[in-house]
Design a protein around this ligand. Structure first.
Ligand SMILES: [Zn+2]
Length: 201
């Protein structure tokens, strides 16, 4: 149905196009909107608007998550790809159920784009720390002092050890303008780069 239409690329143009489809302002059927690439609700730039998300892009690369559903045979399947609110970059397409499966890979791609090397950031190792540390000014200052210059202000992610396999990454929310990315706890034993982590914990 949408095969004859060329969708724009880039998170903002796609989001605008999606709302135009949803609001019946294109020749596409309104029902095709879910199959049009758009920013997943709850992720940066995913608010309602069909007036144009290109209007005021951030000054730095800003990760977000694009999604659409695809019909494969009798099943409706979700696809995900990383996007950026500042430029037209888009990541590879990942399929999955969207609960840490497919969406996580896409969000990670977007962070590779905006914050290359984010996997080396000091992780939070306990669930308690996820809540406590951002509220503890001293420890927070200590944590972000180990981020590359400028990264904290640009929304660099908080990295935390997963509670379980495929724990979904958490998008930014009011009061915390950064993703919380859940990474696998490293296996016990000698590993490189532990020196940094030991100085914090
Ligand atoms: Zn970008």
């Amino acid at each position: 149905m949408t095969a004859t239409t060329v969708e724009p690329s880039g998170a903002r143009p796609r989001q605008t196009n999606y709302w135009r489809v949803r609001n019946g302002r294109t020749r596409e059927p309104i029902e095709s909107a879910p199959r049009t690439w758009h920013i997943r609700p709850g992720h940066p730039g995913g608010e309602y608007s069909d007036l144009g998300h290109e209007l005021d892009p951030p000054e730095h690369h800003t990760p977000t998550l694009l999604t659409r559903s695809r019909r494969t045979g009798r099943r409706e399947e979700e696809e995900f790809r990383g996007g950026c609110l500042a430029c037209d970059w888009e990541g590879a397409v990942h399929r999955g159920d969207g609960y840490g499966d497919g969406d996580n890979e896409a969000v990670e791609d977007a962070h590779d784009h905006a914050f290359p090397g984010w996997r080396e950031l000091p992780p939070l190792t306990t669930v308690e720390d996820r809540w406590a540390l951002p509220r503890d000014r001293g420890r927070w200052t200590q944590l972000i002092s180990r981020y590359p210059p400028g990264w904290p202000d640009r929304g660099a992610p908080l990295v935390a050890w997963s509670r379980h396999r495929r724990e979904a990454h958490a998008p930014p929310h009011r009061g915390r303008p950064r993703y919380e990315l859940h990474v696998a706890r490293p296996p016990a034993g000698p590993r490189p780069r532990t020196v940094d982590q030991e100085t914090l914990f």
